[in-house]
Design a protein around this ligand. Structure first.
Ligand SMILES: [Zn+2]
Length: 173
């Protein structure tokens, strides 16, 4: 997907439904940040690194190793205080899923290079056999498709997750 905003919406939806109820806003925001984080590699795109470089687009920052490292680091930095202590493994799992979702959605796109899921151990790039994302008619079509197929449904699903899971705890049995 071209925009980190859609990735962030997916991360928000994942965090809204997978964390311990009631969903915490802080973890929803962290999930959104984690899901967008792998595209940090565009910051050094002006260096025009070759596709085989581990720091090229959709390489190391889109790998399983980065998802694991990023989830542990984010959990340690942003969820270190006492109230989060008992939930830390679940939080790391939620953030890991959010990070992994990025590479998976990129692998569903038909443009750009594939994703180096196994960097730094392998430079092989992968794309799923089914690549519905990426409208060949151009950028505008691509953005519209992305909004309709990914962004809006993800925001809706995340918002529903917050509402339903928070309300279910408030309703007396
Ligand atoms: Zn990406």
């Amino acid at each position: 997907m071209p925009t980190p905003i859609s990735h962030a919406a997916v991360g928000f939806a994942i965090a809204a439904w997978t964390q311990q109820a009631p969903p915490a806003t802080r973890l929803c925001v962290a999930g959104a940040v984690c899901a967008a984080l792998p595209d940090i590699d565009v910051l050094w795109s002006p260096l025009h690194l070759v596709g085989t470089s581990p720091f090229a687009h959709r390489a190391i920052t889109h790998s399983l190793a980065f998802a694991l490292f990023g989830a542990l680091l984010m959990t340690a930095v942003f969820f270190r205080s006492e109230p989060w202590r008992e939930q830390r493994s679940r939080i790391a799992l939620v953030l890991g899923l959010a990070l992994l979702s990025h590479g998976c959605f990129d692998a569903l796109s038909r443009y750009s290079l594939g994703v180096e899921f196994f960097a730094p151990f392998s430079a092989q790039r992968f794309r799923f056999p089914w690549t519905p994302l990426g409208d060949p008619s151009g950028l505008a079509g691509q953005l519209i498709q992305e909004a309709l197929v990914v962004f809006l449904p993800a925001v809706r699903i995340g918002w529903l997750g917050l509402r339903i899971r928070r309300r279910s705890l408030m309703t007396p049995p």
